[in-house]
Design a protein around this ligand. Structure first.
Ligand code: NAD
Length: 507
């Protein structure tokens, strides 16, 4: 489409391809069978990285190392103060290496450089926040159980955590999990997505530089099968923390059930934003554009489902369509770019399939709706797209498109708006736009979502818990709850002062 704002290739110098190896028990290793895989940049079509491809031998060795570090190592019992010091050192190293990490993140994921920098900066903040939490781990005491009884509730690290992450925010998402697991005293095996392995490897380098003992964090590169599958089923693993698709999340629950592991899941979303007629439409339109085009819509939090009051629908859509044409997309290495490449060609086909199906079902494409070439780049891009006239039964209204595609539904009254908002299998996040606080509060209380935004979208803080209800997940990350996920409760009951009265009368 000619009316889009396309940023052509900037001709920036690309780095040498990154060589990634597994981190197992403090050593960087290739796979025993020599297998490896390549990641081709979705924007520049160059080989960004060559990584060792993990098999059964690597996963089993990594789990054994994490188990030994937990059972025999110092980490679980180390003072919170010392764990905090190490996490803070990691945060400083992340800041030091921000440019290097951001560049690889851009080339592996296709996201714009400015957003990658923001992601790395946000990740460093999470390491610092978790460091602060490491000094707050404490349980409870019960001094009212009777004259000769004292009860103590201990909080203990849960053990070995398997951490499996997706490709859309590779560095941020591992940082929503790993520092919290470490703050709690857990040891870990980490598997990044096969699409974006390299920034997790860099994180491993920084952990070693910061002084983390061998075996506390192990990284295995490779695919869901066999690496992720073994990490989810091996009896030596106590917990699986997973972010990714709902389909894989369900497989992980099944794999973990044989040994009843704790499972924490951050899954997909079909997040509604409801716009009431009294809303500030300019502010809403901008947040809608941000919500659906940020990270090319490849966000679990994508505000991909707009439910707008019929009286203001045309006005709002007009504003959103105009903004859509202005969003600069194209070369992710250009500082001005706000929408980069789509992660893979297969994923682009899937996105387009939803749009074409919606058209065939009677929806109207107001803007975008097709793959676009960016001059000078061979990668895959999809234009910012608005699809109006969507009805709740259409796939585009119910399923996660995970691309820069907005679906627009309309409502007549508040009850219908809430019914539509809750009419999805997902329940990750939701938003409401109104100048009336009562409308906002009523929506916030009735909507089925882990996070609700009122008159804003996708703000996030280390302090605020994040997670989903329904098929969007189990458990919470961030905030105090993000630490609690990695802690187990132990009850200690102590008889003090006087002895027990005998149960058996022995005369
Ligand atoms: P995915 O589920 O395909 O893969 C995620 C990870 O799981 C990858 O590392 C993959 O190799 C691994 N995996 C695949 N099969 C596995 C198996 N059988 N056992 C164990 N691990 C396996 O997801 P994706 O395509 O990488 O990411 C996109 C999805 O992630 C979207 O659905 C998105 O909504 C979701 N997501 C959710 C959040 C959140 O916080 N709720 C955040 C980001 C992404």
């Amino acid at each position: 489409m000619t009316d889009m704002t396309v940023i052509a290739a900037s001709g920036a110098q690309l780095p040498e391809s990154f060589a990634g190896r597994h981190l197992i028990d403090g050593a960087w290793l290739d796979s025993a069978d020599g297998a490896s895989f390549e990641r081709i940049s979705p924007s520049h079509r160059v080989v960004v990285s060559r990584s060792a491809k993990g098999g059964e031998a690597e996963v089993l060795a990594a789990i054994a190392a994490a188990r030994a570090a937990f059972d025999q190592g110092d980490w679980p019992m180390l003072a919170g103060k010392d764990r905090a010091a190490l996490l803070n050192r990691v945060a400083d190293l992340i800041d030091r290496d921000r440019e290097r990490i951001a560049l690889i993140e851009v080339l592996e994921s296709g996201k714009p450089i400015a957003q990658a920098r923001g992601e790395i900066e946000g990740a460093a903040d999470l390491w610092r926040y978790a460091a602060a939490l490491a000094r707050t781990v404490h349980g409870d005491s019960h001094n009212s159980l009777g004259p000769d009884m004292l009860g103590v509730v201990l909080k203990e690290p849960i053990g070995v955590a398997s951490i499996i992450t997706p490709w859309n925010f590779p560095f941020l998402i591992v940082s929503q999990k790993l520092p919290f697991a470490l703050a709690a005293g857990c040891t870990a095996v980490v598997k990044p997505s096969e699409m974006t392995p390299s920034t997790t490897v860099i994180l491993g380098e920084l952990l070693i530089e910061a002084g983390l003992p061998a075996g506390v964090v192990n990284i295995v590169l490779g695919y869901g099968d066999p690496v992720g599958a073994i990490m989810s089923s091996d009896p030596r693993v106590d917990m699986v923390s997973f972010t990714g698709s709902t389909a894989v999340g369900k497989r992980i629950v099944a794999a973990a059930s044989a040994t009843l592991k704790k499972v924490s899941l951050e899954l997909g979303g079909k997040n509604p934003q409801v716009i009431f007629p009294d809303a500030d439409l300019d502010a809403a339109a901008d947040a809608i554009a941000f919500g659906v085009y940020f990270n090319a819509g490849e966000c679990c939090n994508s505000g991909s489902r707009i439910i707008v009051h019929q009286d203001v629908a045309e006005d709002l859509l007009d504003r959103v369509a105009k903004l859509s044409a202005k969003v600069p997309f194209g070369d992710p290495l250009n500082e001005a770019t706000q929408v980069g490449a789509i992660i893979s060609d297969a994923h682009l086909q899937k996105i387009d399939g939803y749009v074409q199906q919606a058209k065939a079902d009677g929806a109207r494409v107001l803007t975008g709706g097709e793959a676009l070439a960016v001059p000078g780049l061979g990668g895959q891009f999809y234009g910012p797209t608005v699809v109006a006239g969507v009805t709740p039964d259409m796939a585009i209204a119910r399923e996660e498109v995970f691309g820069p595609v907005l679906s627009v539904l309309t409502f007549r009254d508040e009850d219908e708006a809430i019914r539509l908002a809750n009419g999805a299998a997902y329940g990750l996040s939701a938003g409401v736009w109104s100048r009336d606080i009562h409308t906002c509060l009523n929506f916030a209380r009735k909507v089925q979502a882990g996070t609700v935004w009122t008159n804003t979208w996708m703000d996030g803080f280390a302090e605020m818990p994040f997670g989903g209800v329904k098929e969007s997940g189990l458990g919470r990350e961030l905030g105090r709850y993000g630490l609690e996920e990695y802690l187990e409760v132990k009850t200690v009951q102590m008889r003090v002062a006087r002895g027990r009265s005998p149960w058996v009368n022995d005369g």
